[in-house]
Design a protein around this ligand. Structure first.
Ligand code: COA
Length: 388
C-alpha cells in the first residue's frame, strides 16, 4: 500500500443555485481543485464522482463520462466512474480514489461529488431521498428520512434522557459555524428558542433540526504521497480510511441508537492511522439531523454511548471546545447536496489542516476526521487526515 495525499481542493457555494446547471457546478468545483493542485489534465489517471440520484433530480445519469466530457477531458479518455451510496456517495468516491492510488494503479485521481436537488419540488426531493431507505419495509409505507431519524431521536431520548434542548444546541452551534463559512447555504445564526419553536417536521425534529435541500459540488485532487511535494508544499495525507455497512431498514438493527456501520468504519480508519479517538483534534460528522451528530460523536468514540447530548450541552464540540465538530457549519448549516457532502467534508478538513479556514480556524489543528453516512446508517465512511 502506498500513502496518499490531498493536493488540491475545490468547492462551489452551497444553496439554492437556480442560475447554475449540474455540469456547471461540478466543473466549477473540479476546475478549482485542479487549479489549486497545479496538475494538468494530461496527468489525471482516473476520476471518481459521487452522486446519489442525478437521474431523479436532474434527469441525467451516466455521470462519470458526463463529468469528464464537461471538464474538457473527453479527448483524453480518462477512466471516469460514478459512485453511489446514497448520502455517502461522496465519501465512497473519496475512498475509491484513495484505494486506487494506494494500490499502485493510479498516481493522480480527481474526486468529485455533486447533487442538484432544487430543480424538483420539495415533495419530489423527499421521495427521491427516501429511495435510500428500504423500499419494501420503509418508504413504501410513507416513511421519510426525517421520520426515520425522528425514531432514532425518540429512542435516544428514551434510553439516555437526551433532551430536545440538546438536539437544538447542535443546530445552534452548526449555524454559528456556518455563519463564518462563505460557501454555506445558511450564513445566519439561530437562537435556541428559534430552534425549539421551529415548525415540527417529525416529532421531536423541527425544521431547524433538519439539514436542508441543497445544490452544490465539491472536488479534491489525490496524489501518491511520494509525488505530492512536487505539486504543493502543504500536502495533507489520508492516514486512515474505513467503510462499513449495515441493514438498510432501521427495524432490523441491533440497536437503532448506534450506527454500527460508523463504528466499523471508524475502527478500520483508527487502526490504519494508528490513532485513537483522543488523538482527533476536530471532525466533520454527518449531521443530516441534529440527532445524527449526537449519535456520530458517540459512535466515533469521542464520548461514551448515551453521553452525546450532555457533551453538546457542555460545549465540548464548539469551535473553541475540546473537539470542535462541524466547523464548516455541517450538513445543517453549510447544506447537504447529498452526493457532494462526503467530498466537501474533506475540503473542510484540508482547509483546517492547511491553516486556511480563516474565522473558523481550529487552533493547533493537526489530525482531522471526516464521517459520511448513507441512508439511516446502512453505509458509513470515515477518513482521517494529517499534514505531511
Ligand atoms: N434549515 C434551516 N432553514 C431551512 C431549512 C433547514 N433545513 N429548510 C428550509 N429552511 C428555510 C428556507 O430557507 C425558507 O426560509 P425563507 O422563508 O426565509 O426563505 C423556509 O425555511 C421555508 O423553506 P422551504 O423550502 O419551504 O422548506 P420546506 O418545508 O419545503 O423544507 C424541510 C423543509 C426540513 C422539510 C427540508 O429542508 C427537508 O426535507 N430536509 C431534510 C432533507 C433530507 O432528508 N436529507 C437527507 C438526509 S438523510
Amino acid at each position: 500500500m502506498r500513502d496518499v495525499a490531498v493536493i488540491g481542493i475545490g468547492l462551489t457555494k452551497f444553496g439554492e443555485l437556480w442560475d447554475k446547471s449540474f455540469r456547471q457546478l461540478i466543473t466549477e468545483a473540479g476546475a478549482k481543485a485542479i487549479l489549486d493542485s497545479g496538475i494538468s489534465g494530461e496527468e489525471i489517471d482516473a476520476m471518481y464522482i459521487g452522486s446519489m440520484s442525478s437521474g431523479r433530480f436532474v434527469g441525467q445519469e451516466h455521470i462519470g463520462a458526463l463529468v469528464a466530457d464537461a471538464s474538457g477531458f473527453s479527448h483524453l479518455h480518462i477512466p471516469s466512474t460514478r459512485v453511489e451510496g446514497a448520502c455517502a456517495s461522496g465519501g465512497l468516491a473519496v475512498r475509491q480514489g484513495y484505494l486506487s492510488i494506494a494500490s499502485g494503479i493510479n498516481d493522480i485521481v480527481v474526486v468529485g461529488g455533486i447533487e442538484k436537488m432544487n430543480d424538483v419540488s420539495g415533495t419530489s426531493a423527499t421521495g427521491t431521498l427516501a429511495t435510500a431507505a428500504d423500499q419494501e419495509w420503509e418508504s413504501f409505507f410513507g416513511v421519510t428520512f426525517p421520520g426515520l431519524y425522528a425514531m432514532i431521536a425518540q429512542r435516544h431520548m428514551h434510553e439516555y434522557g437526551t433532551t430536545k434542548e440538546q438536539l437544538a444546541q447542535v443546530a445552534v452551534k452548526n449555524h454559528k459555524n456556518g455563519a463564518l463559512n462563505p460557501n454555506a447555504q445558511y450564513r445566519r445564526e439561530i437562537t435556541l428558542e428559534q430552534a425549539l419553536k421551529a415548525t415540527m417536521v417529525a416529532e421531536p425534529l423541527g425544521l431547524l433540526d433538519c439539514s436542508p435541500v441543497t445544490d452544490g459540488a465539491a472536488s479534491i485532487v489525490l496524489c501518491a504521497a511520494e509525488k505530492a511535494k512536487k505539486y504543493t508544499d502543504k500536502p495533507i495525507k489520508i492516514i486512515g480510511s474505513g467503510q462499513g455497512s449495515d441493514t438498510l431498514a432501521l427495524h432490523s438493527r441491533r440497536d437503532i441508537c448506534t450506527l454500527d456501520a460508523t463504528v466499523h468504519a471508524a475502527k478500520m480508519a483508527y487502526k490504519q492511522a494508528k490513532v485513537t479517538p483522543k488523538d482527533i483534534d476536530f471532525a466533520e460528522v454527518h449531521d443530516c439531523f441534529t440527532i445524527a451528530e449526537i449519535c456520530a460523536i458517540e459512535d466515533l468514540g469521542f464520548v461514551k454511548k448515551g453521553e452525546g447530548g450532555k457533551a453538546i450541552e457542555n460545549n465540548i464540540t464548539t469551535l473553541d471546545g475540546q473537539i470542535p465538530v462541524n466547523t464548516s457549519g455541517g450538513l445543517k448549516a453549510k447544506g447537504h447536496p447529498v452526493g457532494a457532502t462526503g467530498v466537501a467534508q474533506i475540503v473542510e478538513i484540508v482547509e483546517q489542516l492547511r491553516g486556511e479556514a480563516d474565522e473558523r480556524q481550529v487552533k493547533d489543528a493537526r489530525i482531522g476526521l471526516a464521517h459520511n453516512v448513507g441512508g439511516s446508517g446502512a453505509t458509513a465512511v470515515v477518513h482521517i487526515l494529517e499534514g505531511m
